[in-house]
Write a protein that binds this ligand. Structure first.
Ligand code: PLP
Length: 447
């Protein structure tokens, strides 16, 4: 029996537990009961930079990069910049020894301006424009991942020197797990299906181009994949395909890029992908597949995005109003919403919410945290517990918002996009400032 069992009233004197699976590693409560991340109180961020603001814990990002490198010492880890791309992010991950995957000329420009070595950049995209391919060539990117027959011709004719390329194939592996997004199956826009010989045809066309130096194959199975066996199955299919290339063309491909999609927990019943299990599954699959096909082990590349930054990010909001609907729900309305977090509407994503600016007292009640936008579906979290006395002016924090939030944000209702504030060792600095109404007006022509 614990003290809490004997004196249940003590519970209200305690700060609620912050799930370490969801919050950045450097999250605590201070002596006032405020939530701090990276040694900075989130309510201080709200006061100084306004709300909503995205907060990113630099040491958490670096820690995740190091964990990947420790667990996969032989593999190349390429951070998928689409998850969150700023110059600071690009430089942190590069300093931690990661390569970088970009999927547009914009992401490429940010990476280059952060000083990332272009040879460590991998260029993706199912519809790269000729201008983007030229930008990639001019920058000297290390590898371009080819994703269409048109690209083979456009890239081949734009080059006057050899360019290392991979071909993106779909191994037809359905990762239909809990909340997973599937891109490894044949009938979708990415990659060349292995079945029906489309991958073979693309590979042949690449080999016919004198300036395309085919060094490997790429696949990306989807997002939020929880079961490592899917990656094991992908290794088997991809090595079989690489052996087929050797059989048909006498070429030994030396790189196998298995993409990203490693699941993280957002709380509730989400199960993260166990990276140690992933390492041993990939290792075993490589041993078996290479032995079966008498094919030399290729170098493995992994491209995690979400698993590097999702948990490093927290969004802070200010409560604007609290509305109790007779016979209905209690809505806690905040000053952000679907413009800074479209994932709830897009993917039915679920988030937890915490009171960040004070020690909560009294009972917790179930509420809906609603956004400020003119859509009834603009709800950030449904049926989440918050203190019954939550009131206008309070600061709420939503963890797990580091990946695919800033990048997917819009200025819906002419609400400018939030700033990104990096926190580290007790200090905060603005990585990206808030988008203002002047920014939005500047895009309009004069009357
Ligand atoms: C080619 C490729 N690599 C890596 C990723 C990163 O995925 P995640 O953030 O789920 O790890 C994506 C995401 O769409 C992708 O398309």
């Amino acid at each position: 029996m614990t003290l809490l069992d004997i004196f249940p009233s003590l519970r209200s004197a305690m700060s609620p537990r912050l799930d370490p699976a969801v919050w950045p590693i450097n999250t605590h409560h201070d002596e006032h009961g405020r939530i701090t991340v990276g040694g900075v109180a989130l309510s201080d961020v709200a006061d100084q930079y306004g709300t909503p603001s995205y907060v990113i814990d630099e040491l958490d990002v670096r820690h995740r990069c190091r964990t990947y490198r420790e667990i996969f010492p032989e593999a190349e880890i390429a951070y998928a910049g689409k998850a969150l791309m700023t110059r600071a992010l690009a430089s942190w991950v590069s300093q931690e020894g990661l390569a970088l995957d970009v999927c547009s000329a914009g992401e490429l420009t940010i990476a280059l301006s952060a000083g990332v070595d272009p040879r460590r950049i991998i260029m993706h995209g199912n519809a790269k424009t000729p201008a983007e391919l030229t930008a990639a060539i001019d920058a000297g990117v290390g590898r371009i991942v080819i994703d269409s027959y048109t690209e083979i011709v456009v890239l081949g004719s734009a080059l006057d020197h050899k360019q290392d390329v991979l071909v993106r194939v779909t191994p037809d592996i359905d990762v239909h797990g809990h909340r997973a997004v599937r891109t490894g199956v044949a009938d979708q826009k990415f990659g060349f299906p292995i079945d029906h010989g489309q991958a073979d045809a693309a590979i042949k066309r690449v080999l016919d181009q004198p300036h395309l130096n085919l060094i490997g194959l790429h696949c990306h199975l989807g997002s939020q994949i929880t079961d490592p066996e899917h990656f094991g199955a992908a290794v088997h299919r991809m090595i079989a395909q690489m052996a087929q290339v050797y059989h048909d063309h006498g070429l030994i491909l030396t790189e196998l890029n298995l993409g990203g999609g490693h699941a993280v927990s957002y709380g509730f019943d989400d199960v993260p992908l166990d990276l140690t299990q992933l390492a041993s599954t990939v290792e075993d699959a490589l041993d078996e597949a290479c032995a079966r096909h008498r094919f030399p082990r290729p170098k493995i590349t992994l491209e995690p995005g979400r698993a590097i930054v999702a948990r490093s990010g927290v969004t802070v909001y200010r409560v604007v109003s609290v509305k109790h609907i007779e016979g209905g729900r209690t809505f806690v309305c905040v000053d952000g919403g679907m413009s800074d977090n479209p994932r709830v509407c897009l993917y039915a994503a679920r988030y937890s919410v915490a009171l960040a600016n004070r020690h909560p007292v009294g009972a917790q009640v179930p509420v809906t945290v609603a956004g400020r936008h003119c859509e009834s579906g603009d709800e950030l979290a449904v049926d989440v517990p918050l203190p019954a006395d939550v009131r206008p002016g309070d600061v709420l924090a939503i963890p797990g918002t580091g990946a695919y939030h800033h990048g997917l944000a819009s200025s819906y209702n002419s609400v400018g996009r939030p700033p990104i504030i990096a926190v580290c060792n007790g200090s905060a600095r603005e990585l990206i400032r808030r988008e203002t109404i002047d920014d939005l007006l500047r895009r309009e022509s004069s009357l």
